[in-house]
Design a protein around this ligand. Sequence first.
Ligand SMILES: Nc1nc2c(ncn2[C@@H]2O[C@H](COP(=O)(O)OP(=O)(O)OP(=O)(O)O)[C@@H](O)[C@H]2O)c(=O)[nH]1
Ligand SMILES: [Mg+2]
Length: 408
Amino acid sequence: MCKSGLYFGDVTGTVSIAHRREKTMEKPNVLVVGFNGVGKSTLIKTVLGDEAMKKPKAASSVKHEDFRVYENEKVPFRLIDTVGIEPGFLKEQRAVKAVRKWSGNTLKGGKTEHQISAIWFCVDKYTSKLFPKTIDSFMDAISLWKDVPIVVVITQSYEEDDVKQTKEIVEKAFLSKKKYATKLTEVVSVIAKPKQTKEGEMLPPMGIPELIELTNSLLPAGLQASEKDMAKYLLSRKRAMSHAVVSVATLAGITAGGIAIPAVDLMVLKPTESLEIESIFKIWGIKKTKKAKELLKLIVDIGTVSLTGKALVSSLKLIPGINLGAASVNAIISGTIVFALGEAAAYVFEQIATGKKTIDDMEWVKKVLQDSLSSTVLDKVTFAAKKLSKNADKTEIMDSVAQAFAKG
Ligand SMILES: Nc1nc2c(ncn2[C@@H]2O[C@H](COP(=O)(O)OP(=O)(O)OP(=O)(O)O)[C@@H](O)[C@H]2O)c(=O)[nH]1
Ligand SMILES: [Mg+2]
């Protein structure tokens, strides 16, 4: 089996309970609301995956420019993405009104397919300041759904202090009235997409598996996914999040290494690789013990010593049909190594997190890393180099590297 194939797409071969159930019972819906630009759509994409975003389920009989319903077969709930509030609050009311109509119409007919089972209220550190002023109007808008639990999702939770402050503001607003307080189920914080700060720090996605599990636990008992199905799905999400980190790091590697010198010194990639490995490690939730720190160090060290830019450049020169400048060649090599290392690390962390391997088995770790770096890297570099045109920019280089790995 091709190792890189493990990291693309979802867990296959599972006929999930969610899927089987779908034929007989409609899935509950989770309404996602919040101010303009807080990250609702980004969050939904991370929870359900890219594929689900391509085909929103049509909301029949009402205008649905105001909201979209997304689902994927493995998640036991649908997510309703609304258009966020702009100053003045009118738009939000319109979106929620439209959902209310969609939901209410079928309820009257005795059907439950458009029931709302939970609400995610998204805020970020900026918009939380407006929250105390708008909570009445928001609670009024959702008043149709009386006993529906509300989960406040603090989006783009990069700084601990900001999260704490946001949480306090939100909780205070909910506690201001008893009927609001009883609805607030939990305040969770998430990062839906990796972010690289100006200081070069990398912030990996976080809180997503927890939010999915929490929401599952809020669904009516008969509609919840089983623990086993849930665990499988969360695994696939962690892979997707690791992959997102690998992409961001690869682009950083392409930038750092893409310089016009005869052969890139791969040591320039070390800071990027360290951040990449550390970020992926966080996604997998392995305890940061002394042993784990050794593991991280080992991975980064192997990443920087198993290959040399010089050897790769010379091998590439022997292959006919490649006519690229030095900067492009170095960029491809750098990107490929950061990519390969990240994917291999994600594989290692997954094996450890799922108990298939122990953190003590450093020999195995070395072997996995050396295998993915030594034999395959030249193949991938060659593949990517052949695809590129002479004046390719960073994004094109990134795409060609990603394609080299996607081909298996
Ligand atoms: N790096 C990073 N960027 C994010 C995250 N969440 C949102 N963004 C960015 O913030 C911007 C707004 O995000 P959207 O998901 O479109 O926000 P929205 O709430 O759907 O906005 P409206 O649909 O206009 O109400 C986009 O550029 C996103 O890429 C995150 O967790 N990490
Ligand atoms: Mg949106």
